[in-house]
Structures are given as structure tokens and as C-alpha cells.
Design a protein around this ligand. Structure first.
Ligand code: SAM
Ligand code: SF4
Length: 325
């Protein structure tokens, strides 16, 4: 069985938001003082999530990433990871996190079947970190070191690069990742929600960042398992791989293999589009497994050919934290 959209792209990857809440406030993601969260009674339960993921795996999806908001804010997340990891056909279960709570949960998560993690970290300067996120850097560093100690591998650092905010920190982040054997990925700001559109003022084309790094390091083309949309280089003579995620300067929609499920059961076909399908009402009305598979198959036909971040930056009104980045 496979899930193929109308542009012949095979969907193999589900990004699963387990909550829209977060204990940080990265200014490009969530508005300051935001309180308009979804009601927990509307969140899919772990059993409902398991049903949806089981349907996706029956349809050929092999990778699931838990995300949010901040997924570790959701109580008992390792229990959900264990439930999902046991599903036949699911080869790859990963997590995106801000790492503030990772020191406490890293071992349990690894034992539950999460093998690899992505951690948001835009700077290792504590003052800048607080300016960007309103949080404390030391918690994140503790979380990262614990994740490494328990053997989560690879650990990828996601750095959104913003002109005048943290573009000067690139070399420091390279050194941090070299020292700790993390993979580093740079991301361009995306106009998702009002917060993302405001952050577009700080947008930098990552090709410029790459050109700057190439003056200092010898960068050779590299491949990375589970790379998704990132294009990788390796710093010659080291194990450090650096990925560039360039949704704005060079989109990668023609190879997009993913869809996203919000915490409340809305299936979004594209990060840059409001096309969606509500699964929660169907689940709560007792839809059969066969019908659920058919509904998901139909929904995939809504997947647009490409995002329109450049042509229509006003298009996506929900915040990144609501969809699951
Ligand atoms: N809280 C977790 C974290 O920060 O890793 C998971 C969810 S977060 C929404 C996922 C990713 O989205 C993070 O790497 C974050 O930097 C990125 N992100 C959020 N808003 C963005 C924006 N407007 N443009 C680009 N990336 C954004
Ligand atoms: Fe929270 Fe992640 Fe959004 Fe930052 S990027 S506010 S950590 S959900």
C-alpha cells in the first residue's frame, strides 16, 4: 500500500503535533503573551493518535516525528512514544524539541523507541538566547548533554538564522557542534502566522551564509540519512555535517514526502497552505479502520504542488506552533 498525491509524490512521513503549548516564546514562532491555546479535551488522546498513525503506516508511512508546540510539555509523552514504536511498519520515530525538559526525559524517551532528536537552538549566547526565546540556555544545554549521554543519535541542532539577531553566531555554533559531535542545520525564516511574517524582516538567504563559511572551512558535499529537505555539506577533516533548509531561497516542494497532524486532529497537507482535513470528529464518531484509511487517502489529494511563501506571504494565518514544525 502506498499513499501517493496527485503530483505523484509518495507520502512516507508524518509530523505529529502532540500539543500546541510551549514553555518558550521564540518570537518568530509564537506571539508574546499568547493564550489562545486549544482545549486539552480537543487534543487527540494517545489511543486516537495511535489509530491515526496505524492508518498512516498501513498506507505506507514509515517515519513519524513527534513535535508541537513543545512535545515534552505533554504529560507522559514517553508512553505515547512506546505505543507508536510498537506499530508494525513504523521504522523511524523521532522527536523535535526545545530541550528545556530533555535532561529529565532523555533516557525514558530513548527506552520508549525514540532514536534521534532535533533540537532548536539559535545561539549559545545566554543573553541572546533569552532575547529570542524568553528562556534559559543552561536548561537546553543540560538537555542536550543528557541526550548525548544516553545515546540518542544523531542529535541535530536546528538554528533559524536571522540578520542582526544571530547571524554573527554561526561560527560559534559550528564550534559548539564540532565539540559536541552534533549535526548543525540552518533554517530560513518562514512567513507562518503574524510572528513568522514579522521575522521575515530578518530573513537571510542561506546561500550567503554558506559562502561565508566556505571562506573559513573547506565544505564538501555530504549525505545524511533521514535528511528530508536539508542539503548537506561536511566540514573537511571533521565529522561535522551542516544542513541548509532553504524553503524561501530554493524550495524543495517537488520532493516533499510529508503531511502534518495537529494536536487536535487536523491534517495539514503543507506547512505553507491552509488546506486541511478534520479527523477528530470522525474518530469520535467511531469511524472504522477501512474508512479512516480511505479518508486519509482522499485528504492527500488536497496537497498543493508547492507552498507560496514568496508569492503570498500573507497566506498562512496559523502559527508554526499550532501546526507542528
Ligand atoms: N518546540 C520544538 C522545537 O522548537 O524544536 C518543536 C516545534 S517548533 C515549531 C519546530 C521548528 O520550527 C523549530 O526548529 C523552530 O525553529 C521552527 N520554526 C518556528 N517558527 C518558524 C518560522 N517562522 N520560520 C522558520 N522556522 C520556524
Ligand atoms: Fe516553542 Fe519550538 Fe515555537 Fe520556540 S520554536 S516557541 S520552542 S514551539
Amino acid at each position: 500500500m502506498s499513499l501517493v498525491d496527485q503530483y505523484n509524490r509518495e507520502i512516507k512521513y508524518l509530523r505529529l503535533s502532540v500539543t500546541d503549548r510551549c514553555d518558550l516564546r521564540c518570537f518568530y514562532c509564537m506571539p508574546k503573551g499568547f493564550k489562545g491555546y486549544e482545549e486539552p479535551t480537543d487534543w487527540l488522546s494517545f489511543d486516537e493518535i495511535e489509530r491515526v498513525v496505524a492508518s498512516f503506516t498501513r498506507l505506507g508511512v514509515t517515519s513519524v516525528r513527534l513535535t508541537g508546540g513543545e512535545p515534552l510539555v505533554r504529560k507522559d509523552l514517553p508512553l505515547l512514544a512506546k505505543q507508536l514504536a510498537a506499530l508494525p511498519g513504523l521504522d523511524d520515530l523521532s522527536l523535535s524539541t526545545n530541550a528545556t525538559r530533555l535532561a529529565k526525559h532523555a533516557k525514558e524517551l530513548r527506552d520508549s523507541g525514540i532514536s534521534r532528536i532535533n533540537v532548536s537552538l539559535d545561539t549559545v549566547d545566554p543573553v541572546k538566547f533569552n532575547n529570542i526565546t524568553k528562556g534559559k540556555l543552561d536548561k537546553v544545554i543540560d538537555g542536550l548533554l543528557k541526550a548525548k549521554a544516553v545515546g540518542l543519535d544523531p542529535i541535530k541542532i536546528n538554528m533559524v538564522i536571522m540578520k542582526g539577531i544571530n547571524d554573527d553566531d554561526v561560527e560559534q555554533m559550528v564550534n559548539f557542534c564540532l565539540e559536541n559531535e552534533f549535526t548543525l542545520r540552518f533554517i530560513e525564516t518562514m512567513p507562518i502566522g503574524d510572528t513568522g511574517r514579522d521575522a521575515a524582516d530578518y530573513y537571510i538567504d542561506l546561500h550567503k551564509v554558506e559562502a561565508r563559511l566556505a571562506k573559513k572551512y573547506e565544505l564538501i558535499p555530504a549525505v545524511m540519512a533521514g535528511a528530508g529537505p536539508a542539503r548537506y555539506v561536511q566540514v573537511a577533516g571533521t565529522a561535522l555535517k551542516i544542513g541548509f533548509i532553504t524553503p524561501i531561497s530554493q524550495h524543495f516542494c517537488d520532493t516533499c514526502n510529508r503531511v502534518r497532524l495537529s494536536a487536535t486532529g487536523t491534517l495539514y497537507m503543507c506547512l505553507g497552505d491552509e488546506h486541511k482535513y478534520e479527523l477528530r470528529p470522525l474518530l469520535r464518531k467511531g469511524i472504522s479502520d477501512d474508512d479512516l484509511d480511505n479518508v486519509i487517502r482522499d485528504a492527500i489529494n488536497l496537497k498543493p504542488f508547492k507552498h507560496e511563501f514568496n508569492e503570498k506571504p500573507e497566506k498562512v494565518i496559523r502559527f508554526m506552533s499550532m501546526t507542528g514544525g
